[in-house]
Write a protein that binds this ligand. Structure first.
Ligand SMILES: [Cu+2]
Length: 721
């Protein structure tokens, strides 16, 4: 356990060796910059005119002093991701550090207590998405001098304004899937066969909804700020170099593969781990990995980071000469991933032909005496999924050497089961344990993300006490991945390796997955714990972890969640030949004001105005009024109230009473038949109905044909903004 105390002790021990506390100073200008990634020039945010920002380097024992001048016309901030430091240096506005106002400067100064690969980024608005991120390399002063080291910062890029990205996500859960051509329509469900149909029926019946790997549709993925970058060998005879990989993305995960053979992971999130060889490595948003890769004098090998939604990749070529490409990774088949599988501790591998090969491991299994061989059909390499447990006998390793086998290679590392810390990470004995269960909750439809069903607006704080061993039980109830990050601490990700479970600062919780993390509460004051998918954080998936006795936190959650505003509004129009329908909604995480007006141009209209309170994703209550006039014969103004409940098969039901004591049940749903064609229907117990077909022109506009009991048949346009 790399506790601060031990670090200080080491510092004291070694102080006579290096001269005391060298101060490493940096001076930075934060500016806007015109950037052309896709062929269109758009405004990005840069530090010293660079995207990503310059790499910051320091060594254990140094004092790092970095001054940032904010030349933007908005406030900004700098957070030191993963680094142990005093709270007021952590850089999160409205939690532990003041924002850097427009035109102002701020100097951070703190001692470097540990080594490793980290990164820094803005913690204001969605400024990461526009370029405010860079790598940090902390050395331990006993480097293997011969090895060339290179930093690779992966990121995702959109030409869109970030507030419009957030609006699009809020307005329509299929907005980006339409752009990315990943709409999970029924034609694809059916063409993927029986398992896919059964997955969809199960997920609809249980109301979970389909699997989703990435919410935003990006214009590009970048490695060191470019779609394709290169790194030269400093010494043409180098056979190996070290890559310090940082995922500085706003919301993307990548599968990383190297054309020059397997990568040897030597550190995760800046913490050394027992070396393991992997062919393909999943890096979650905000994680870092150090890997050793082979190099050659005459060939150039591609390091490729493919977005897990299969929509693109970035490359870095290592060395010069003949270019050797990394293999294409086929897009994931979402139709064959079921939540039942995700529910288990799962190793999931995809071979080159794209077929899925799933292998389940029982959670918390005993260390295996013998290597467990993955059921691979890839013949290029021998893939053995080995639990290189520290209990593995020396003789079995020797045997491998004798047989001159290649060391074991993990085909595709997607979780942390293979990571082994280099020494015990066990928490202090004798401290009181505090267990906290956090359900990861939320939904794509409203685009609200939360813990235990409550956004940080409703429940901003988690209280702990200094001197406790704190254990978080993280249970993902959603169909998305969430990369959770705790500021100011390393936590243990509890895995099969017991005392040698790895230390991390960011941990992925897969869809429906469960992970336990624990840490020594050895800090003071307040630290953010949040989903590092910036769109999830900004819509509610964050908490401030406060030390009860020393907390200084005063909730200013709305400011922490900017640019996401509390109240979101949506306007939707159907302009039909026979009638028009206008829906307006103003909603926050729980409350909504809804207005719906249907009218023809002759003698019929219907107006609903309701207030809705949502208890959870599936149940809300409403009260309001309905005013209607139908062909001059049936007109009324009534008060209405009732419940909206999402039923199995994702059918929305409205159970309504009015002030005359009349009860009405209305059912409705929408399904995507193909990417472009949708079908929707609505029916109620007064035998009114409407059904029709839409043809989507783009993410916002559709042509629609509808039949309605009140208004007859109509053709027209449908759009929202
Ligand atoms: Cu998330």
């Amino acid at each position: 356990m790399f506790s601060r105390a031990i670090a200080f002790l080491l510092l004291l021990l070694f102080t006579p060796v290096f001269s005391f506390a060298e101060t490493v100073s940096y001076e930075f200008e934060i500016n806007t910059k015109q950037l052309n990634i896709t062929g269109t020039v758009v405004e990005a945010l840069a530090i010293n005119d660079q995207v990503p920002a310059p790499t910051i380097r320091a060594a254990i024992g140094d004092v790092l002093r970095a001054t940032f001048h904010n030349n933007l016309d908005v406030s900004t901030s700098i957070h030191w991701h993963g680094i142990l430091l005093p709270g007021e240096q952590d850089g999160v506005p409205y939690v532990n550090t003041l924002p850097i106002a427009p035109g102002a400067s701020h100097t951070f100064e703190f001692p470097i207590l540990h080594d490793g690969t980290f990164w820094y980024h803005s913690h204001t608005d969605l400024q990461i998405q526009k370029g405010l991120y860079g790598a940090i390399v902390l050395n331990d002063n006993r480097m293997d001098t011969a090895l060339q080291e290179e930093v690779v910062v992966f990121s995702d890029w959109t030409d869109d304004r970030v507030d419009s990205v957030l609006n699009n996500l809020k307005a329509d859960d299929d907005f980006y899937s339409f752009q990315k051509d990943t709409v999970q329509s029924w034609d694809k469900v059916i063409s993927n066969g029986r398992d896919s149909i059964s997955n969809r029926l199960t997920s609809s019946f249980t109301r979970i909804g389909p699997m989703d790997l990435a919410d935003v549709g990006y214009d590009a993925f970048l490695a060191n700020g470019q779609r394709e970058s290169t790194v030269d060998l400093l010494d043409a005879n180098s056979e190996q170099i070290k890559l310090r990989m940082v995922n500085g993305s706003t919301s993307s995960y990548y599968d990383i593969e190297y054309a020059g053979g397997p990568m040897t992971i030597v550190a995760a999130d800046g913490q050394d781990v027992e070396p393991i060889r992997v062919k393909r490595l999943r890096i979650s948003t905000a994680e870092t990995y150090d890997v050793l890769v082979s190099a050659e004098s005459r060939r150039s090998f591609e390091l490729r980071a493919t977005s897990v939604d299969g929509t693109g990749y970035s490359s870095m070529f290592v060395g010069s000469g003949e270019r050797i490409s990394a293999p294409d990774i086929p897009p994931p088949n979402l139709f064959l991933m079921s939540h039942m599988d995700m529910d288990m501790d799962m190793d999931m591998d995809m071979d080159m032909s794209g077929s899925m090969d799933m292998q389940h491991e029982m959670p918390n299994q005993e260390p295996m005496a013998e290597p467990m061989i993955n059921n691979q059909n890839d013949s290029h390499a021998q893939h053995q999924d080995v639990h290189t447990d520290h209990e593995q006998t020396a003789s079995s390793q020797t045997m491998n050497m004798d047989m001159q086998d290649e060391p074991e290679v993990i085909a595709h590392m997607i979780d942390y089961e293979h990571l082994i810390a280099t020494s015990s990470t066990a928490l202090p004995v004798g401290q009181v344990w505090r267990d906290i269960t956090l359900e990861l909750t939320g939904n794509m439809e409203q685009y609200v993300w939360s813990f235990n069903g409550q956004t940080s607006r409703e429940d901003p704080q988690i209280l702990i006490r200094k001197g406790e061993n704190v254990r978080f039980h993280l249970n993902n109830t959603t169909m998305m991945h969430h990369p959770l990050h705790l500021h100011g601490h390393f936590f243990r990700v509890v895995n099969q390796h017991g005392d040698r479970s790895p230390l991390k600062h960011t941990v992925n919780i897969p869809p429906m997955g469960q992970v336990v993390i624990e840490f020594d509460a050895n800090e003071e004051e307040d630290w953010l714990f949040h989903c590092h998918n910036q769109y999830h954080m900004k819509t509610g998936m964050n908490r401030v972890v406060s030390y009860e006795e020393t907390s200084l936190f005063t909730p200013q959650i709305d400011r922490l969640m900017q640019p996401s505003t509390r109240w979101f509004n949506l306007n939707e129009f159907h302009l039909m030949s026979s009638f028009m329908d206008y829906e307006f909604s103003l909603s926050d995480d729980r409350h909504a004001l809804d207005l719906e007006l249907d009218a023809d141009l002759v003698d019929t209209y219907e107006l609903h105005l309701t207030y809705n309170y949502s208890f959870n994703r599936f149940v809300s209550a409403f009260a309001g009024m309905e005013s209607r006039e139908h062909h001059h014969e049936d007109s009324h103004d009534i008060a209405i109230a009732g419940l909206n409940i999402t039923l199995p098969m994702l059918i929305d039901s409205e159970w309504r009473f009015d002030d005359h004591g009349e009860f009405r049940l209305e059912l409705e749903s929408e399904i995507s038949l193909t990417k472009h064609f949708g079908f929707d229907w609505r029916w109620n117990t007064e035998d009114e109905y409407r059904y029709g077909v839409n043809y989507k022109l783009n993410s916002r506009w559709a042509i629609t044909v509808h039949k309605d009991t009140e208004y007859g048949n109509g053709v027209g346009l449908q759009f929202f903004y």
